[in-house]
Design a protein around this ligand. Structure first.
Ligand code: 3HC
Length: 694
């Protein structure tokens, strides 16, 4: 597209209109700065132009710098800063006309203009922190000058946009335009055409900028953004806005922006931005694949999982029929759902009316036949193949033609379940994570015969119930649990060799995971992992498992639910080491003839993180996940892997796959063939995704 097409120039008498046309979100891509500068030159040269309006074509104003250009060398990157400098020095009034979103560089562009008008529902924000960078085109210097230090810090550190109506209250927007935005902006431009001197934001001071504001912000990010670089830089720069001349802050901002942009944290967060969007695209499934309409859902099982799943549908306004085998179980399940909603209402996040609206959408039933009119039925009973097969056989006879039949199994073979029905094309796995009303991840398990329509509907449904859906293939544990299973084994092995459980968890906490493997096991219930190990041993004809963790379970310590497991817990649920557990581990080691050794944090971190990576590579090789990015998204939303590390696969890329392989071998593990191959080629998981058309 030529520059003139990317930024179209048009005239309404004395006003020149520059329309940015860079779909889908008018990001500041190559061509946009050239087009804007050419437009400004034309306006400066023409005496009959009294003012300029900059507006976005299509659905939005500018959604920010083009994140895809962040990897370009500085001289090739689109010149957003130069464009804004030109605007700031421009001798005639410029008006940004905002609809949709003015984010990041988009809002910075608008703040470089003399005035800003907006539709009331437009969104304004500086979300750079979410990409591990900072507003790098004047935002850190101009926003505090417009809205004051406190509000600017809130917007830049939180990264969340505000509505234009609030923007008007805080002085960011000069006028809200209710009708046609362009007409309103042109009318406004004429009103201010003769205003002189031009009110430039860069010439203002910063309100409410006492040192205590910045001190409090620095204190706040220790908790909200632990271990992250860009928030610190943002606060430093906002303080400069208040204490130094504009030019100084403007120059410092450019340097710090590059520092943040080139950090592993920003690379990771940018990877996450694109990986999340890619995960929504299923290879081989066209955008126009037809979907089924979901008007009513059925759920079998009103236990913790079934109840949590039901809440997602109720929250989205979808009626649910929930089926149990006994009145008692049904009453208990409904009671838990109501209590959950009541608690949310008590915290002020929902009204009592909202609670009742949701509960009114819920129909309890003891009869599976009442699911005959459901468009989707999700089975959420305990993990037993025979029970699930029986349910799906019955559902086959009850469900209406075309209804989606989903299982919430976390380990079982969805093909085997589908095979008991006469309509395997309608069967899919929908693996929710506990607590299902809170956790954002949904593994969508595509079985051999699942139809495209059922798959596309499930992805659309995930979005509707506010989940992040990732498509995975059939295998024991799918992606998330299969990897976490290996990770748990490695964690137990580390303790057997000499590490203390608290050291193992601390290593993962330091990596940024809120919970290490043992904190996680204590929360999930140690008996659950034990039961799985017993089951696996039975299936493979091995003796009953008798590891140190199995022994802890046998003492009755099952985790948080029994007041203690690997750790003791006080009322704040803070884990504390327990002397009996430590003694049990010591005895175990003695019995096994293990002389405990000191294990460095580096070894703990690498062995745990690389175990995930190694299994992830195997999963990728088997085609269970389509992209390394999908595995990362699963780990971010299902297991609390910190976004600023990008997920386990991105973490491995950052460490260098050659190093990962060398470390795995050094620690006695066998690197997966795919990992070895990529490492020997000097490749990366991101490169592999890209080569497969990601
Ligand atoms: N750069 C490059 N591509 C972008 C982009 C950007 N800033 N913003 C969105 N896109 C792309 C997406 O990758 C997606 O591409 P795809 O169709 O190939 O997958 C497409 O635009 C549509 O995006 P969404 O699917 O996210 O569309 P939505 O309608 O759901 O959301 C949005 C629109 C709210 C604008 C959302 O895309 C968004 O939040 N974008 C990022 C905004 C942002 O972070 N801006 C700051 C950038 S950093 C910056 O400006 C630095 C400066 O200070 C120097």
């Amino acid at each position: 597209m030529s520059t003139e097409n990317i930024v179209a120039q048009s005239r309404q008498d004395d006003v020149l209109i520059l329309t940015i046309q860079n779909p889908p979100v008018n990001a500041f891509s190559p061509g946009v700065p050239e087009g804007l500068k050419a437009g400004l030159d034309a306006a400066a040269a023409d005496d009959s132009v009294r003012a300029v309006v900059i507006i976005g074509g299509g659905r939005t104003f500018v959604a920010g710098a083009d994140i895809r250009t962040f990897n370009l060398p500085r001289e090739q990157a689109p010149d957003l800063r130069g464009t804004i400098e030109k605007l700031d020095a421009f001798p005639k009034p410029t008006v940004a006309a905002i609809h949709g979103t003015a984010l990041g560089g988009g809002l910075e562009l608008a703040m470089g203009c003399t005035y800003r008008v907006a539709t009331p529902d437009a969104q304004l924000g500086l979300p750079e922190v979410k990409l591990g960078v900072l507003p790098g085109a004047g935002g850190t210097q101009r926003l505090p000058r417009v809205v004051g230090a406190q509000k600017a810090l809130e917007m830049m550190l939180g990264g969340n946009p505000i509505k234009a109506t609030e923007g008007k209250e805080v002085g960011l927007i000069d006028r809200l335009i209710d009708g046609d935005l362009l007409s309103g902006a042109v009318a406004f431009a004429r009103e201010v055409a003769d205003a002189r001197p031009l009110p430039r934001i860069s010439e203002r001071g910063v309100d409410g900028a006492g040192p205590e504001v910045f001190a409090a912000a620095r204190q706040g990010i220790k908790k909200s953004h632990r271990g992250q670089l860009s928030p610190e830089l943002i606060i430093d720069l906002a303080e400069m806005a208040a204490t130094a001349p504009f030019e100084e802050g403007w120059t410092a901002e450019a340097t710090k922006f590059m520092q943040a942009k080139d950090s592993p944290q920003s690379r990771a967060l940018r990877h996450v931005f694109f990986a999340e969007r890619e995960a929504a695209k299923i290879p081989g499934l066209g955008k126009d694949t037809p979907t089924l309409e979901i008007r009513r859902a059925g759920i079998i099982g009103a236990g913790t999982m079934g109840g949590g799943i039901a809440m997602n549908f109720l929250n989205a306004g979808i009626p649910v029929t929930i089926v149990e085998t006994t009145q008692e179980a049904l009453d208990r399940g409904l009671g838990v759902i109501r209590r959950n909603y009541e608690n949310t209402a008590k915290k002020g996040r929902m009204s009592q009316d909202d609670v009742e609206t949701r509960m009114n959408l819920l129909t309890p039933s003891l009869d599976m036949g009442s699911l005959a009119d459901a468009d989707i039925i999700i089975e959420a009973v305990f993990e037993n193949m025979d029970v699930k097969k029986d349910i799906f056989t019955r559902l086959d006879a009850i469900a209406k033609p075309g209804a989606i039949l989903a299982t919430n199994t976390s380990t079982l073979d969805v093909n085997e379940i589908a095979a008991v029905t006469s309509r395997p094309e309608s069967v899919i796995g929908l693996h929710f994570f506990s607590p299902a009303n809170v956790m954002k991840l949904l593994e969508i398990v595509r079985a051999d015969k699942t139809s495209d329509m059922v798959l596309a509907t499930s992805m659309a449904l995930a979005r509707r119930i506010k989940k992040v859906g990732v498509v995975v293939g059939v295998c024991d544990g799918f992606v998330g649990n299969r990897m976490v299973h290996r990770y748990g084994e490695e964690a137990r092995q580390l303790v057997e060799e000499g590490a203390r459980p608290e050291d193992v968890d601390a290593a993962m906490n330091a990596l940024g995971l809120p919970m290490g493997p043992f904190q996680m096991s204590d929360m999930a219930g140690l008996d659950i992992g034990h039961a799985i190990r017993v089951h696996r041993a039975k299936v493979s004809g091995e003796p009953e498992p008798d590891g140190w963790l199995d022994r802890i379970v046998k003492t009755g310590r099952k985790g948080q639910k029994t007041g203690g497991g690997i750790y003791d817990y006080d009322e704040t649920r803070k884990p504390r080491p327990n002397a009996d557990v430590q003694a049990l581990i010591d005895t175990y080691r003695t019995e096994k003839g293990v002389t405990p050794r000191d294990i460095s944090t580096e070894e703990l971190t690498k062995r745990l993180a690389y175990t995930l990576v190694n299994e992830g590579a195997q999963i990728l090789d088997e085609g269970i996940a389509a992209r390394a990015g999908d595995i990362d998204v699963i780990y971010l939303y299902g297991y609390g892997f910190p976004a600023y590390r990008g997920g386990p696969m991105q973490y491995a890329d950052e460490m260098g796959l050659g190093n990962v392989v060398a470390d795995l071998e050094r620690y006695g593990q066998t690197p997966a063939p795919l990992l070895k191959r990529l490492a020997s080629e000097g490749g990366s998981f991101a490169g592999l995704d890209a080569s497969r058309g990601r």
